[in-house]
Write a protein that binds this ligand. Structure first.
Ligand SMILES: Nc1ncnc2c1ncn2[C@@H]1O[C@H](COP(=O)(O)OP(=O)(O)O)[C@@H](O)[C@H]1O
Ligand SMILES: CC(=O)OP(=O)(O)O
Ligand SMILES: [Mg+2]
Length: 403
């Protein structure tokens, strides 16, 4: 077996999976959340045939001051609830790293120099890269003998043309400070655009697609012939769509105004836009389920938050339809994209003249797998595609260590 342990360390969570990268089978998966906060929580799932033994699923309150503690909780999950990592040792550990800048295009075996580079890129992804690095340190301590590989969110977007990645500011300033659009969620956009092509039975090279990754962070991607040609996140994961706690696009003069008139300093603006905005700031809930419930219960601010969310999404769909000169497939993915029928409907209603015809019943029907939610007559095929960043990271990790 080609077992790869995949580690996805977020700012306050650690998600992991033990995957057989050759077959795609997950042996175990889990999540340690609220790292560094009150109320830490662990969830461990032992998948597969051994899963009928009682107790192989584990949910517990845990104390996790940092990612090292979270990593120990994960190891405890494997030791107590299986599968045993001694009996199923990973041949490599794959890490999701969010910002690879213009330096990393490929899955990269992590050396001390690579870690210095990831650290240097932290200013271009302040919520993500420092956490990614802590996860790498913790994993290297626990698994010192196997190679560790970084798979970058930015890598898939390296194919964007200069017209898409260049900001219209002074060239010298931009070059000196590496200011350009990098784009994120690339592992997911790549996986989903390939899975969608396979599902519709056409070579990815022949398709123009839009992928809408709507999770806590959210981004849209225009994919031409399997290559990213535009995406909504920019130099950092703050630009673009409305997110759980992030504002997405706004007039940059608002930042100046907040500092000059509202008494906020740089850190205050950073905190406001990254952690207190989006659907949390607008509607009072960072979690889309809670926001939809609140809107259905008649809360006006929640209803407006949903409208703003869908309005922005529709604007990006329109932009990418134009950039691609029409599309074959639109895919919704990640927590909100896979599960929220009302959000998908709100984003796509009124687009019939553009060839997008949603089937209300298909959209409302729940199912686990990849599925069509447009009508049979719709010129554009609309899909729900469950993303699997962990499997994609496992495959790329295995390729990098086999190369
Ligand atoms: N049934 C559902 N309906 C609406 N939103 C959902 C549903 N299930 C999950 N979500 C939303 O998905 C989001 C989390 O997505 P996810 O892809 O897990 O995020 P991330 O990986 O960025 O942490 C949350 O806003 C959550 O409310
Ligand atoms: C890049 C990014 O926004 O990631 P996430 O959605 O995991 O926060
Ligand atoms: Mg995610």
């Amino acid at each position: 077996m080609s077992l790869v342990l995949v580690v996805n360390s977020g700012s306050s969570s650690l998600k992991y999976q033990l995957v057989d990268a050759a077959s795609g089978e997950a042996l175990a998966s889990g999540l340690v959340e609220r790292i560094g906060r009150e109320g830490g929580h662990a969830r461990h799932r032992h998948e597969g045939p051994e899963n009928d033994s009682l107790g192989s699923n584990w949910d517990a309150a845990v104390d996790v001051p940092d990612h090292f503690a979270a990593f120990d909780v994960m190891l405890e999950g494997f030791a107590a609830h299986g599968p045993s990592l001694e009996q199923h040792p990973p041949v490599a550990v794959g890490h999701r790293v969010v910002q690879g800048g213009a330096r990393f295009f490929e899955p990269t075996v992590i050396t001390p120099l690579v870690k210095i580079n990831i650290d240097e890129l932290s200013s271009l992804a302040p919520l993500h890269n420092p956490a990614n690095l802590e996860g790498i340190e913790a994993a290297q301590r626990a698994f010192p003998e196997v190679p560790h590989v970084a798979v970058f969110d930015t890598a898939f977007h390296q194919t964007m043309p200069p017209a898409a990645f260049t900001y219209a500011i002074d060239r010298d300033v931009a070059t000196k400070h590496r200011i350009r659009r990098y784009g994120f969620h690339g592992t997911s956009h790549r996986y989903v655009s390939r899975a969608a092509a396979e599902f519709v039975g056409r070579p990815v090279e022949e398709l123009d697609q839009i992928v809408l990754h709507l999770g806590n962070g959210a981004s849209a991607c225009a994919v031409a012939g399997g290559r990213s040609v535009d995406t909504s996140m920019g130099m950092t994961p703050l630009e673009g769509l409305v997110m759980g706690t992030r504002s997405g696009d706004l007039d940059p003069a608002i930042l100046l105004h907040l500092q000059r008139r509202a008494g906020l300093d740089v850190d205050g603006v950073d905190e406001l836009l990254n952690r207190r905005s989006g659907i949390l700031g607008l509607g009072g809930h960072a979690d889309m389920r809670d926001l939809v419930d609140a809107a259905e219960a008649g809360e006006e601010r929640a209803a407006l938050a949903l409208e703003v969310y869908a309005h922005r999404l529709k604007a990006y769909i329109g932009a990418y339809l134009a950039q691609l000169g029409g599309v074959d497939v639109i895919s919704f993915t990640a927590g909100v994209g896979e599960n929220s029928a009302p959000v998908r409907a709100a984003a796509l209603t009124g687009l019939e003249r553009l060839g997008i015809e949603l089937d209300a019943e298909r959209n409302a029907t729940r199912s686990g797998g990849i599925r069509v939610i447009s009508t049979d007559a719709s010129p554009v095929t609309v899909l729900v595609v469950p993303t699997d960043e962990e499997l994609e990271i496992a495959r790329q990790t295995l390729e990098a260590v086999s190369a």
